[in-house]
Design a protein around this ligand. Structure first.
Ligand SMILES: [Zn+2]
Length: 375
C-alpha cells in the first residue's frame, strides 16, 4: 500500500516488516505499507527513519522492485528483523521541496504546451535546479510566456486532485500525456489547467508551488532542455542573487539594476590601461637596451626583466646579467652556467636554457650587481 498516494502531507505511519535482507551493498526492507516515495518519474526518493523494538534505522533511499508497481524497497543504514512492527517517519522538509519541484513541473509542462506547443518528453527533479526536456526547439519569447502562464496558474490557487480511473474510462479524459502504465491509471488534475497521468506526490494547491522561475534553455537531443527553479528553492536563489547584487552595488555606489554601467566603464579603463602599460614597457626596454649593452650587468625593473633579456639574445656572443630590485634575475650569454654557479654561492635559485631565470635573496642584489661577478 502506497500511503503517499492517499495523503501526500502525512509524515508518520505504522507498518509491518514483510521482508528484510542484506547483501554486500547494504540492508533492505519491504513494509506492509509505506509513506516513502520510491525514486521514479524524475522525482527523488524520500529519506527518513524507521523505529521499533529493535531501535532506530535510517532510510537512506527507496526504490521500486522490478517494473511499475513492484514493492517499494527501503535501503537502510542497519539490518532490521522481519515481522516486527515499525513506526516510520519521512524527512518532511525534503519531501515538501520535492512536491514543490514536481507540482511546478506539471504547471510548467502545461504552460509550455499552451505557450509554444512544446511537448515534455523527460524531466529531472534531482536537485534544486530542475529540467524539463522538450521534443521541440524552444524560442526565448515562448519560454517567457510559459513562465508567466505557469505563475498565473500558481496565483489562481487551483486545487490539485489525484484519482484512479479504469482503462475504459480513460478515453473521456483529455490528458496532457498518455499514461505509461496499464490497468487502473492514476490521474492528477490541477483545476481546469492541467490533467496528466502520474503516480507521484503533489501539493494540495498550485499556489504552494510558486514562484516558478525559468533560468535558461539549451538545445538538447534534437529538442531543448529548459532549466527551472520552484518554491522555496526559487526564493533561496532570489535571496542569494539579490544579496550578491546588493554587495556589488554597494561597492560601486549605485543601484543594483544600474550595475552594468560602472562595470562596463571599468572594463574600458582596463583595456586602455593595458594598452598604455604595453607602450610604457616597450619604451622602457628601448631606453635600457643601450645601457645593458654597454654595462653587461644592470639593475632593471622586474616587469621588463624577461622582455629585455629576450632582446639581448641578438648579442649572444656576450654575457648579460639583469637583476631586479626584488631579487629576480635573467642571465644569458656563453658563460651563463658558470655565472649561475657564482650566483648560487649568493643563495640564488634558477634555471633555463637560452635565458636562465630565477631569484636571489633581496639583500644579495647589490653583490650580484658587482661587475666582477660576470667578468
Ligand atoms: Zn505528478
Amino acid at each position: 500500500m502506497r500511503l503517499y498516494q492517499r495523503d501526500s502531507y502525512a509524515t508518520r505511519f505504522q507498518a509491518q516488516v514483510v521482508r528484510a535482507w542484506s547483501d554486500e551493498k547494504g540492508h533492505y526492507a519491504v513494509l506492509s505499507e509505506t509513506l516513502f516515495y520510491p525514486e521514479s518519474g524524475g522525482q527523488p526518493a524520500d529519506t527518513g527513519v524507521l523505529k521499533g523494538a529493535f531501535g532506530e534505522v535510517r532510510v537512506l533511499h527507496a526504490y521500486e522492485e522490478g517494473k511499475a508497481f513492484g514493492d517499494v524497497v527501503h535501503v537502510l543504514s542497519a539490518p532490521m528483523p522481519e515481522g516486527v512492527e515499525v513506526e516510520g517517519e519521512i524527512d518532511w522538509p525534503r519531501r515538501f521541496r520535492h512536491m514543490q519541484r514536481h507540482t511546478a513541473q506539471h504547471l510548467l509542462s502545461q504552460a509550455l504546451l499552451r505557450a509554444g506547443g512544446y511537448h515534455t518528453v523527460a524531466v529531472s527533479l534531482d536537485g534544486p535546479i530542475c529540467t524539463v526536456d522538450l521534443e521541440e526547439e524552444a524560442e526565448e519569447a515562448r519560454l517567457q510566456e510559459a513562465e508567466a502562464l505557469a505563475n498565473f496558474a500558481v496565483y489562481a490557487d487551483y486545487p490539485v486532485e489525484a484519482f484512479f480511473v479504469s482503462q475504459e474510462e480513460l478515453a473521456q479524459y483529455p490528458l496532457r500525456r498518455p499514461p505509461k502504465v496499464q490497468g487502473k491509471v492514476r490521474l492528477v488534475r490541477i483545476g481546469d489547467f492541467d490533467l496528466a497521468a502520474c503516480g507521484g506526490t503533489h501539493l494540495k494547491t498550485s499556489a504552494q508551488a510558486g514562484p516558478i522561475k525559468v533560468l535558461r534553455w539549451e538545445r538538447y537531443k534534437g529538442g531543448s532542455r529548459v532549466h527551472f527553479l520552484a518554491g522555496w528553492e526559487a526564493l533561496e536563489d532570489y535571496h542569494a542573487k539579490h544579496a550578491l547584487l546588493m554587495r556589488l552595488a554597494l561597492g560601486f555606489s549605485t543601484h543594483p539594476l544600474d550595475l552594468e554601467k560602472p562595470i562596463q566603464k571599468l572594463r574600458e579603463e582596463l583595456y586602455a590601461l593595458k594598452g598604455e602599460n604595453l607602450a610604457l614597457r616597450e619604451s622602457l626596454v628601448q631606453a635600457l637596451l643601450p645601457r645593458a649593452l654597454e654595462e653587461g650587468v644592470l639593475l632593471v625593473p622586474g616587469p621588463i626583466l624577461g622582455e629585455l633579456a629576450k632582446r639581448l639574445l641578438e648579442w649572444s656572443g656576450r654575457d648579460f646579467l639583469l637583476v631586479s630590485p626584488e631579487g629576480r634575475f635573467a642571465l644569458l650569454g656563453p658563460r651563463r652556467q658558470e655565472i649561475l654557479e657564482r650566483l648560487k654561492a649568493l643563495g640564488a635559485k634558477g634555471g633555463g636554457k637560452e635565458v636562465v631565470q630565477g631569484s636571489l635573496p633581496k639583500d644579495k642584489v647589490a653583490a650580484a650587481l658587482d661587475p666582477g661577478l660576470v667578468s
